[in-house]
Structure formats: C-alpha cells, structure tokens
Design a protein. Structure first.
Length: 314
C-alpha cells in the first residue's frame, strides 16, 4: 500500500485514477481546484477512510502533510475549448503547477508521474507517432498554450530526474473517452454522443478526414498503473492505435445511438492536427500493456453514461 497524491483528482482521468488506486489498496490524497474537475466525479469516495480531498490550486502552492510515496500530476484543463477560455491557467498549471508538484515529490522522496500528451507531437509530420518524434508544434497558436505547457512540463520533469535524481515517469496520453467526461467538454466524442442523444446536428469540423485514435478510459488508466509500477522513465505513449477519421466516428455514434441526427460541417479549428495515431511498441514491450476495448464497445458504454447524465440533468 502506498500513499499517493493525485493532482487534478476530481477531473476526468484523475477521478478514474483515484478510484483504481483505492481499489488496489492505496491511500489517495486528491487535490483539485475544480476549474474543470467536478465533485460529482469523486463524491462516492468521501466515506472511504483511505481517501481525502483538498480544494487547492496547485499552480499556487502545494502542501501535503505526512509521508507521500508518489505524486501523480494530472491537473490541467485539456480540451481545445479550454485553450480558448482559460489559456493562462493552462500555461500556469503546466509550468508552475508542475514545478510545485515536482517540489513536493522531491521534498517527500516520492516518485513523480507526469500526465503528458500526444499534443507534444503537434500536427505530426511522422505517422504513427513514436516517442522518438520531437513534434511539430506552433508555439504561438491557440493550441500552443497546452502543447508548450506540456512540453515544458516534460523538460522540467527530466531536469528534476537528471539534476536531482528524482524517480520520474512520463506518460503521453492519446484521446481518451468514457464515463465522467463532461457532457459539455467540447471533444468530438462527448459532443457527438450528446448531439446524437438529443437529436441535434452532429458538428464535424472541416471535411472530417482528420484522424484520431480513441482510447477507452479503463484501458488508459491500466496503462498509467503499468507505467507507475514499472522502472521505465518514459516518455511512453499510452493510447489505442486503431485510427478513425472524425467522419467515421460521427457515423459510428449515429449507428450505436440509433439517432436520426444529421452530420453538418463547421470550420476546422486553427492548427487542428490532421492525423494522430500512437506507436505503442514501447508500452507493449516494456510494460506488457495494450488496449482491450475497441471503439464500438467503448462508445456503447460512453453513450449509456451520457444518457444517464442527460436524464438526471447533472
Ligand atoms: N471535432 C469535430 N466536432 C466537434 C468537436 C471536435 O469535428 O464537435 C474534431 C476536432 O476538430 C478534431 C477532432 O474532432 O479534429 C478531435 O477533437 P477533440 O477536441 O476531441 O480532441 P483533440 O483535437 O484534442 O484531439
């Protein structure tokens, strides 16, 4: 049993991680400022004596009393709609927040785990993307606030590793979906399912030929734990390599929900990556991890979740 701090623990990925860690017997200290996270994601954990929650902005300062074995840094808004809405907070949590979380890990002699992203590859010129690819990022574009913050976070993590000998892990997360996603998250998966369930038009940006590789959240979290428990520093891509066009995703969502919604096209956002697919050789060979849940199965589960949320009006 370990005592683990999860920053962003009330967010989509962070809350799944808190649940898994508690299930396996760990103690969890969840930190979140609720800027995009939600108490509803963790409220079932409040009765658990191994769980505690502190409302805190990790970009300001982090203080956690007592021993800590691992700091898992998941705090960050991550949706393209957030890049427009709260760009400065994103830059701050990727830079100052990462620095504070690293400082906490160093002070406690704890392992540090960084939630990085496939966005470090930008609009990739290499396909599929392996961890050796340095990326193609526009630093001054609207996505730059997230991409560059995460690239800085990786650099800072490696500096603590090399300079201070901190035990670190870096995961590069690819598009992940599933229960606990915000219905108004703005992502293709959440938008399309909510639009389909409500009989609204499905908004495909651009011609819909851009691709993504979607990972169901349960697979993703198992990948995190495999990396955390390994001795691999990383970065390691954790994502499902099955690639789909956004148009295919829209058609799958319409088919699974039995919706009568029509597909309409809206302008492609600036710097929207044209293709994305992880090379997961490293995860498979070094961690023995591979995803199990294919898109149709995952979308079916996610649609059931969004249906419940929309019905309850949460
Ligand atoms: N997208 C879309 N309609 C939407 C939301 C997103 O066509 O309502 C597109 C978006 O332009 C991108 C892809 O779907 O090409 C994935 O977008 P998402 O926001 O889910 O993730 P990211 O761009 O960060 O990979």
């Amino acid at each position: 049993m370990a005592r683990v701090v999860v920053t962003g623990g009330a967010g989509f990925l962070g809350s799944h991680l808190c649940h898994r860690l508690l299930e396996r017997g760990d103690e969890v200290v969840c930190l979140d400022n609720l800027i995009t996270g939600s108490i509803t994601n963790i409220e079932d954990l409040f009765g658990n004596p191994r769980f505690s929650y502190v409302e805190l902005d990790v970009s300001t300062f982090i203080h956690v009393p007592g021993d800590v074995d691992a700091v898992l840094h998941f705090a960050s808004p991550a949706s393209p709609i957030d890049f427009e809405r709260i760009p400065i907070q994103i830059l701050k949590v990727g830079s100052l927040g990462t620095h504070n979380a690293l400082g906490l890990a160093k002070a406690k002699g704890a392992k540090f785990f960084l939630a990085s992203t496939s966005e470090v590859y930008g609009d990739p010129l290499v396909h599929p993307q392996s961890e050796t690819y340095w990326g193609n990022v526009n630093p001054i574009g609207p996505r730059g606030v997230y991409d560059e913050a995460k690239r800085f976070a990786e650099a800072m993590t490696m500096a603590y590793h090399r300079h201070h000998g901190l035990d670190v892990r870096i995961v590069r997360i690819f598009n992940t979906y599933g229960p606990q996603m915000r219905p108004d998250d703005g992502r293709a998966v959440s938008n399309f399912i909510v639009q389909a369930l409500q009989g609204q038009d499905i908004t495909v940006f651009g011609d819909g030929n851009q691709t993504r590789s979607f990972t169901y959240v349960d697979d993703e979290v198992l990948g995190f734990l495999a990396l955390l428990d390994s001795d691999v520093v990383g970065p390691v891509n954790i994502g499902n390599p099955n690639e789909f066009t956004i148009l295919q995703l829209a058609e799958i969502v319409i088919d699974i929900t039995g919706s009568s919604s029509k597909i309409i096209h809206e302008p492609l956002p600036v710097d929207d990556p044209m293709q994305r697919k992880p090379d997961i050789t490293k995860a498979t060979e070094l961690l023995g991890w591979k995803p199990e849940i294919e898109l149709r199965e995952g979308i079916t589960k996610a649609a059931a979740y969004f249906e419940r949320v929309l019905r309850s009006g949460d």
